[in-house]
Design a protein around this ligand. Sequence first.
Ligand code: SP5
Ligand code: ZN
Length: 342
Amino acid sequence: MLTIYSPDHRHQDAHVELTDGQLVAPYENPKRADRILSQIQQADLGMVLPPKDFGLAPILRVHDRGFVSFLQSAWSEWLAAHGEFDALPLNWATRTMRHDRIPETIEGKLSYYSFDAGTPIIAGTWQAAMASAQVALTGQDWLVQGERSVFSLCRPPGHHAARDLYGGYCFLNNAAIAAQALLDAGAERVAIFDVDYHHGNGTQAIFYDRSDVLFVSIHAHPSHSYPYFLGFEDETGAGVGEGFTRNYPLPLGTDWKAYAEPLEQALNTIRHYAPDAVVVSLGVDTYEADPISSFRLQSHDFHAMGQAIARLNKPTLIVMEGGYALEAIGVNVGNFLQGVEE
Ligand code: SP5
Ligand code: ZN
C-alpha cells in the first residue's frame, strides 16, 4: 500500500498539554509519526511518498476562512503578546454566554476558536497542520488516480476539528478535507468510518446536514469519555442529512469480543449506503495499553479490523488520527494496513 508522509509534522512539537489538572508532556508528539513510519519501512509495507501541494482551496471547502486566518497568525500574535510559551486558551463561551462576537485579542480568539486546553499552538503549528492536510489530499488524489487503498500518515490528527473550531490535538480536519475533495473530483457518495477511541465530533458536525457524506463512528461513550458532548446514538443527522450520521458508542473496557459486533453493524451501514469511496479515520487509541483511553483491543485485533474494512471492497483512504502508546503504535497501524491489503 502507498503511504503518504511529510516530515513537516515535526513542527508540531509542543511543551505542554493540560491533562488531569497537570501540565504534562504532550501525548500527541512527533515520536508517534516517527514510530509509524519506521514500522512501515521495517515491515516493507510499500512505497512512502511525499505530499503534493494542493494549496488552501480544498481546505476552505471545509473550514471557515476566518478560522484558517486565525490559525495562520495565532502564533505570531501570541508571541507578540506573551513570548515563547505554548498558546493555550483559558475560558469558553458556554451556556448563558454569546457566540456571535469574535474577540479582538489573541487570548479571546484562542477561546473563540477552540474547545479544549489540551491543544497547544506553537511556532510550527500552522506549517504542520497544513502539511498534514496536504498528506490527506495527496492520498485522496492517488485514490482518484485508481489506487485501491492509500495510507495518509497525517499528523497532527484532524477528526475533532470542525468548520471553525480546533481541539483534541486537531487543527484542520484532514479526513473531512479529503472526503470533500473526493466529492469535488466526481464521487457522488463518500463514507467516513471513524474508528478512533474518541468520537469524531468535528467530522460529524461538518457533514451533519448532508447526505453526500455518510459519517459512521465507533467510539467510547461520551457519557464517560472525551469529547463528552457529542457522539450519542440518537445523533442521526439533520435535514437532508437525516439518516446519514450513525454513532456506535461503547462502554469502558470494550475488548475485541465486544467490538466485533458493532464493527459489523457499522460496516453494514456503510455497505447499505453504497459509497464510491471510504475514508477511514484510523485511531489506534483503542489499544489496551493506550495511556489516555480505556478500550482493550490487542495488537492483532487491528489486523482483523483492517481485514473487515477491506471486505467493503471500496477504494479506501486511511487517514491517521489518534493512538498514544508509543511502544505499540507502529505495530498496531502496521497490522491494520496489512489487514486492509490482504
Ligand atoms: C485525535 C485524538 O485522539 N484526540 C484525543 C484528544 C483527547 N484529549 C483529552 C484526553 C483526556 C484524557 N484524560 C485521561 C488521561 C489519563 N491519565
Ligand atoms: Zn482519539
